[in-house]
Design a binder for this molecule. Structure first.
Ligand code: F6R
Length: 606
């Protein structure tokens, strides 16, 4: 994940910016830069590679400004070179950014028509030009930023400084976290409290849609609509730790809320935003010639693999075999010559997954892995590693790692589809666009979190809960059931909606809540029929869907509405209601959601 730091200081800030960026090194990066306001002008230094290169640049050509912003960038749009490194700027504005500006091509074309000249391949640069364009119309920096923010679509965090304004810095948050630090006559911005720990422990976390106007004397906060709002500051405990809960009650909740950011980050690792196509690393393996793909994993990671099976078969037309690792390793399954086996694991240490990997290797399969911990055993024993960029996941129940696995696997399916010629360039761009919209939809969904809290007292009384879904919503339903049982200890099962009448329907009565995961897609009508069967038996339906209630045609106890999303990208967005139902039910019941009983984060025994 990229890192953001900003300082309104009382002496030259460049060195402090670099020090603060060092504390964000754990997020990973491949270029870095800082900009300061110096004698009314904006000046910047950037360097490819590690922070020591940037420090050397600053040593040769020091920056003297007392107001500045800094960034570590992990290459997303465009190569990891100096030209694409942040900050990006015009003569009036300098910007650093995390996340995705979804509509940057549209904005860039409009600004080019006005005469703006772009010097990088990044989406970030449009922000600098857009604010500049608003300022040229006569607005001051604050009004211009407010107008520009309204035009940006996506999930992002921004830190901005302005030529001629030595006592002004603006930060904005929409999907990617941003914290304001309060010092003695100094103010700070940081993508997390860890970056700000050496300066201050007094932190205000921006809420979604917030932007903050910082002067050395303090900060003023505005909401999405531009209204002045109050945001309380807290004392952060980040100084001693690399991970803290921010202003969330549990790591699990923090990790649920991090998803717009980490999904942006993971997606942009596999997508070229400029062309709108998948940009997959050269694996040295001819993806067009894969005769069959074997996927194996455990628990939630297995369910990510199950979603991938639907994507790979539909879009890449590759036959996929999938099994939980603890079964696959003992089945003595035959594997085709030249086949590829793919293993999915957050920790990269799960004993069963590792054993299945070794079995597949012995069968002559090329090994791909989707892992979150890149130094893990599974990563080390793989031919090709596809990292998920979820960052450390502390909550035992997997949340952000799961959706990052989905993001990676979706891009993988498109990369194979392209190699095999089973998707047209137009379809590829449509599906890539659908993926890039996911972080924004996640932000929208998280804004409606209250409905999950309100439902929790009722759901907490259930002894059994069924989850139903069709197509890719089926593994998502299974994930919902797994999440609920592992953290609330309520018995829950996920079924293919069509399977219900072959057995589970016998369980349905007015005491059994049935969570129906039903995106308004080509399978919706079929799922509605199954829902009507539940309703007819008095089952209490919790509908998770973007469909209008009038399309449902039966009584539902609760309709959790989800933003409308392209069916291809739906599993990523529908995973969040599964997590939120489980989280709020469990916290209402008072269980230890971060460390549920009997569970371990890394299962290194069979
Ligand atoms: C459930 C959960 C587990 C893990 C499983 C595999 O919330 O976290 O089911 O998904 O133990 O772990 P990894 O992904 O580390 O291989």
């Amino acid at each position: 994940m990229c890192g953001i730091v900003g300082i309104l200081g009382t002496k030259p800030v460049a060195d402090e910016l670099v020090d603060a960026l060092r504390r964000l090194e754990y997020r990973g990066y491949d270029s870095a830069g800082v900009a300061t306001v110096e004698n009314g002008h904006l000046e910047r230094r950037r360097a490819e590679g590690k922070l020591k290169n940037l420090a050397a640049r600053l040593n040769d050509e020091p920056l003297q400004g007392h107001a500045g912003i800094g960034h570590t960038r992990w290459a997303t749009h465009g190569a990891p070179n100096e030209r694409n490194a942040h900050p990006h700027m015009t003569d009036k504005v300098s910007v650093v950014h995390n996340g995705i500006i979804e509509n940057f091509r549209e904005i860039r074309d409009a600004l080019r028509a006005e005469g703006a000249e772009f010097s990088s391949e990044t989406d970030t640069e449009v922000v600098a030009h857009l604010i500049t364009s608003e300022m040229r119309k006569g607005d001051g920096p604050v009004a211009a930023t407010g107008r520009a923010l309204k035009k940006l679509r996506g999930a992002f965090a921004l830190a901005i400084i302005f030529a001629g304004h030595d006592d002004l810095m603006i930060g904005a948050r929409e999907g990617s976290p941003l914290a304001v630090g309060h010092g003695e006559g100094e103010m700070y911005l940081g993508s997390d409290a860890i970056a700000l720990a050496p300066f201050t422990s007094q932190i205000t976390y921006l809420e979604e849609g917030d932007w903050a106007i910082l002067h050395r004397g303090g900060a003023e906060f505005r909401d999405r609509a531009g209204n002045k709002v109050k945001r309380r500051s807290i004392t952060s405990s980040a100084s001693g730790f690399l991970v803290d809960k921010g202003n969330h009650k549990h790591f699990m909740l923090k990790e649920i809320h991090e998803q717009p950011e980490v999904i942006s980050h993971t997606l942009t690792n596999y997508i070229d935003m400029t062309s709108g196509e998948v940009a997959f690393p050269d694996t040295g393996i001819d993806l067009a010639k894969i005769p069959r793909l074997t996927i194996s994993a455990c628990g939630t990671a297995y369910l990510a693999g199950m979603v991938a099976k639907y994507w790979l078969e539909r879009y890449a037309r590759v036959p996929v075999e999938i099994d939980v690792a603890s079964e696959m390793r003992y089945r003595e399954a035959p594997m085709p010559e030249g086949g590829v086996a793919l293993f999915v694991s957050q920790s990269g240490e799960t004993a069963d997954t590792l054993a299945a990997l070794r079995y597949a290797k012995a069968q002559g399969q090329r090994i791909f892995s989707v892992v979150n911990v890149r130094t893990s055993t599974i990563a080390r024993e793989s031919d090709v590693v596809l990292p998920t960029l979820a960052g450390p996941e502390i909550g035992v129940a997997s949340t952000k790692a799961f959706t990052c696995q989905l993001a990676t696997l979706a891009c993988f399916a498109l990369a194979i589809g392209r190699a095999r010629g089973t998707i047209t360039p137009e379809l590829e761009r449509e599906l890539v666009q659908a993926l890039t919209e996911v972080p924004r939809h996640m932000v929208g969904l998280l804004r409606e979190e209250q409905q999950y809290e309100e439902m929790a007292p009722w759901l907490s009384k259930a002894k059994d809960v069924l989850y139903l879904g069709r197509g890719t919503a089926y593994p998502i339903a299974m994930e919902g059931a797994l999440k609920l049982k592992e953290i609330s200890y309520i018995h829950a099962e996920g079924y293919a909606a069509g399977e219900m009448k072959h057995g589970p329907i016998a369980l349905i009565d007015e005491n059994v809540p049935v969570v129906v995961v039903a995106p308004d897609d080509e399978l919706f009508e079929k799922t509605v029929s199954n829902m009507q069967e539940v309703a007819a038996r008095g089952g209490q339906i919790v509908l998770v869907s973007d469909a209008n209630s009038d399309k449902v045609g039966c009584r539902v106890a609760t309709h959790l509405s989800v933003p409308s999303v392209h069916p291809f990208a739906a599993p990523l967005v529908y995973a969040l209601p599964m997590q939120l139902i489980a989280y709020h039910t469990a916290t209402f019941m008072g269980t230890d959601v971060d460390q549920p009983r009997n569970l371990a984060k890394s299962v290194t025994v069979e």
